[in-house]
Design a protein around this ligand. Structure first.
Ligand SMILES: Cc1cc2nc3c(=O)[nH]c(=O)nc-3n(C[C@H](O)[C@H](O)[C@H](O)COP(=O)(O)OP(=O)(O)OC[C@H]3O[C@@H](n4cnc5c(N)ncnc54)[C@H](O)[C@@H]3O)c2cc1C
Length: 387
């Protein structure tokens, strides 16, 4: 067991910090106020070659593992870019993982290089308004018509659909009553054709720079060659990418929590009340110290889950635990940072209120804390399935 970063991993952290440096707290505050996708940040990451960190070298990626990808996403978030910065590139990092694993060589050749170069932007279309976390009940329908499918239905909360030109889409190819087990859904990676897809932004609490949307699909034509793997197996392909997704989100949450904690600790040193720094009071110190421990512990779980994944070992429990612990630790750190700032914690210029609004995202998505607890109870503790 080695808890130290390797030389290469430390270089990744240093290099990503350098790319993020020009995008300072004021930049992200402005993006939070005004909205608008952080194209300049996305392009800076692409130009420095980071969008392909976990993509195969044969297609222009760096061929590194989820351990390095998680380090990178943690670093982005911890610079204060938070979820706004992380979500601007997140989908590129592991979102296309099902295509990497189950796509044909021709598909990978067609899809990966433009994504890595930052020319393509992809969104991830799974969640639907009427099925929630019960993904096997998805209703969006893809009907085969010769050499293509026609797709109609509705998706919700689809992030970056305002700016994406591509969509990874999970849709039903077999009616639910005829589908066996986890089969019946198919996975596509295709052009987001706005003549048949309407995208309406959802006004939301935080991360204004990275849009989330209702998506109405009415007759989208998808060529058969844009289907990943076999028809009907889409759910199992998506499952393959869920653990890395949870690990990355956990790392992003921990980075955000650390950014909040750093601001809290700094303010506690500087702010003088009753003739001494507020940080001299244990009532201020202890919550911050507790947050440090919670973030450290959650990060260890991220490392464990990531190293299991990279070693091709089962990591479902650890990936879910990392996402749960990381999100909770982040949330508490943001809360403690606001409390440390007193009234100024509520002022935008101190940044921590923005962090708190963003901290809700890894708590709620891509899977809720309740469902993670249900999963651990069932799969680890052997209790009856409850959902
Ligand atoms: C900012 C943001 C960005 C997102 N981006 C994307 C995206 O890009 N692509 C995408 O596809 N989706 C995206 N999502 C959607 C996200 O993954 C879902 O919101 C999340 O999976 C929860 O689904 P739901 O909202 O339908 O909750 P529901 O399924 O409606 O659940 C509501 C609540 O009930 C609880 N619940 C339900 N059943 C049970 C049970 N049996 N036991 C205990 N509790 C239960 C849930 O835990 C939850 O707390 C995003 C969401 C947000 C907020």
């Amino acid at each position: 067991m080695d808890f130290n970063l390797s030389e290469q991993q430390q270089q990744i952290v240093d290099a990503v910090q350098r790319v993020c440096a020009p995008f300072d707290a004021d930049y992200w505050l402005r993006r939070d106020r005004e909205g608008g996708f952080p194209d300049d940040f996305h392009q800076a990451m692409a130009q420095a070659g980071w969008l392909g960190i976990a993509m195969p070298e044969a297609y222009g990626g760096a061929g590194l593992g989820i351990t390095e990808a998680a380090l990178m996403m943690h670093t982005i978030s911890a610079t204060g870019a938070g979820l706004s910065g992380a979500s601007a590139v997140h989908m590129n990092i592991f979102g296309l993982h099902p295509a990497v694993v189950f796509g044909s060589d021709a598909q990978r050749q067609r899809w990966l290089p433009p994504l890595i170069a930052g020319r393509d932007k992809a969104c991830f279309g799974v969640t639907e308004p009427n099925t929630g976390l019960n993904t096997l009940r998805l209703k969006t329908r893809a009907v085969r018509q010769g050499d293509h499918y026609r797709v109609s239905g509705q998706k919700v909360w689809i992030s970056t659909a305002q700016v994406a030109n591509k969509i990874l889409l999970l849709a039903r190819t077999t009616p639910v009553e005829e589908a066996r087990g986890t089969e019946g859904l198919s996975l596509f990676y295709t052009d987001l054709d706005r003549s048949t897809v309407e995208v309406r932004e959802i006004e939301k609490m935080g991360r204004k720079a990275v849009d989330s949307n209702q998506v109405f699909i009415d007759g989208l034509r998808i060529p058969v060659e844009d289907r990943i793997g076999e028809e009907g197996k889409g759910f199992s392909y998506i499952l393959h990418g869920l653990n890395p997704e949870r690990i990355l989100i956990a790392a992003e949450a921990i980075g955000l929590g650390r950014a909040a904690l750093a601001r809290g600790a700094q303010y506690a040193k500087e702010r003088v009340v009753f003739d001494r720094p507020i940080g001299q009071n244990q009532g201020i110190q202890h919550p911050l110290a507790k947050s440090w421990m919670e973030l450290e512990a959650a990060h260890l779980m991220v490392h464990k889950a990531a190293s299991l994944y990279d070693a091709h070992q089962p990591c479902g429990a650890e990936a879910n635990a990392a996402k749960y612990l990381g999100a909770e630790a982040c949330f508490h750190a943001c809360e403690n940072a606001i409390l440390t700032h007193g009234g100024m914690g509520y002022a935008k210029e101190y940044h921590v209120e923005r962090y708190m609004r963003e901290a809700w995202i890894p708590r709620l998505a891509p899977v809720s804390p309740q469902l993670i607890l249900c999963f651990i109870a069932e799969k680890v503790l052997g209790l009856p399935k409850s959902y």
